[in-house]
Write a protein that binds this ligand. Structure first.
Ligand SMILES: Nc1ncnc2c1ncn2[C@@H]1O[C@H](COP(=O)(O)OP(=O)(O)OP(=O)(O)O)[C@@H](O)[C@H]1O
Ligand SMILES: [Mg+2]
Length: 350
């Protein structure tokens, strides 16, 4: 595994097994996200009292925060079977019709990346969600007829990293939307404590804090770093992982105290050392770090912007004061002036 991969929130091949093993199985085990947890728990409790399948639920938020986990928890809490598919897997309305028509009563249908479903499938889903009915089209052209098909009541759980891309009519058909937020360091410590318990690992409180602080607010990354630290401790014959062990291990994997990885740091270093803090265009910056523009924009920037280290301005990317500080450098006056010019966060230069 490249060091840069450690900090990517999307699942890596090596994560899948551990992801599955460490996934909380019920709402009580699910750490953090108090608001979503309370709201969801109420939705589920009410439908249990009514003796009906739960309202359709949409989970939205960045990768690795627990959308799939919550979908599975919905099925577990409702004692219902779970069917899993995803937007990209449903390219034709017929694909969706086949899934819908084979659902059993009360089943939970989890559609991951629901924003990537095809248009015709999406339209079929509207009717299925609202009226528990689909029209199956038989034949083609003028001779085509729609055969209505009743569906058993089911609960759709949709997940999306891009809630903004969902068409309004689809969004409106969910009874409840849970917006997952990045986790605090304290919450990540709880995630790590739970995982360490399951993996039979011993860590001190400071050891947990050290890993949590470098996990970018993301449980998937926290678990991944824990696994790296575990390997390091094993090879070095260390039984109890303290802050020093955790930090030595993560330093070796080039994940720094704020969770920045090699790519993040080289972007900041280039901005600061080669362009005096910017502004500099994305493609120039990408060439300076020897990466594709797209990699810099989609892999490094979201986190750097969120951390207040990098700004996107109409004139280009700039290093914010926290970036100079993080690199242990003093921000020159002319760089301060460039950074102080008003800019619009959403303004995508070039
Ligand atoms: N609240 C939580 N408490 C404990 N562990 C969690 C929590 N949320 C997520 N995790 C851990 O993080 C891993 C990733 O979570 P999950 O697969 O649900 O993320 P996701 O939001 O579906 O990500 P993606 O958008 O990439 O599909 C899980 O396997 C689980 O181990
Ligand atoms: Mg998922």
């Amino acid at each position: 595994m490249k060091a840069a991969d450690l900090a990517v929130p999307a699942p890596e091949p090596g994560d899948r097994e551990l992801d599955a093993a460490l996934r909380p199985k019920n709402l009580d085990d699910f750490v953090g996200q108090e608001r979503v947890r309370k709201q969801l728990s109420l939705v589920l409790a009410a439908s249990k009292i009514r003796g009906r399948s739960a309202d359709h639920v949409l989970m939205s938020g960045p990768p690795g925060l627990g959308k799939t986990t919550l979908a599975m928890i919905v099925a577990a809490e409702m004692n219902a079977p779970l069917r899993i598919s995803s937007g990209p897997a449903i390219q034709h309305a017929g694909d969706l019709a086949a899934i819908l028509s084979s659902l059993s009563e009360g089943e939970v249908l989890f559609l991951d990346e629901i924003h990537r479903m095809s248009r015709p499938a999406e339209e079929m889903l509207y009717m299925a969600m609202e009226d528990f009915r689909v029209d199956i089209i038989v034949g083609k052209g003028a001779g085509a007829t729609a055969i209505p098909l009743e569906l058993p009541p089911f609960t759709l759980v949709g997940a999306t990293t891009r809630a903004g891309l969902l068409p309004g009519p689809l969004r409106d058909r969910f009874g409840f939307t849970g917006h997952l937020e990045f986790y605090s360091v304290g919450e990540l410590e709880l995630v790590l404590r739970r995982s360490a318990g399951m993996l039979d690992l011993k860590l001190t409180s400071a050891g947990f804090a050290e890993i949590a602080g470098r996990s970018r607010g993301t449980p998937r990354i926290a678990n991944r770093l824990l696994r790296r630290v575990r390997d390091w401790a094993l090879v070095h014959g260390i039984e109890t992982i303290d802050a020093r062990t955790a930090s030595a291990a993560l330093d070796m994997y080039e994940v720094d105290v704020r969770g920045l990885d090699r790519l993040d740091r080289s972007v900041l270093e280039a901005l600061v050392n080669k362009f005096n803090g910017g502004p500099v265009g994305l493609s120039t910056l990408a060439i300076a770090v020897g990466e594709e523009s797209e990699t810099v924009e989609t892999v490094a920037e979201p986190f750097l912007v969120r951390e207040g280290l990098l700004g996107r301005t109409p004139r280009g990317r700039i290093a914010l004061p926290a970036a100079w500080e993080h690199l242990g450098l003093k921000m020159p006056r002319n760089a301060v002036a460039a950074a102080m010019l008003p800019f619009d966060e959403d303004d995508d230069e070039q």
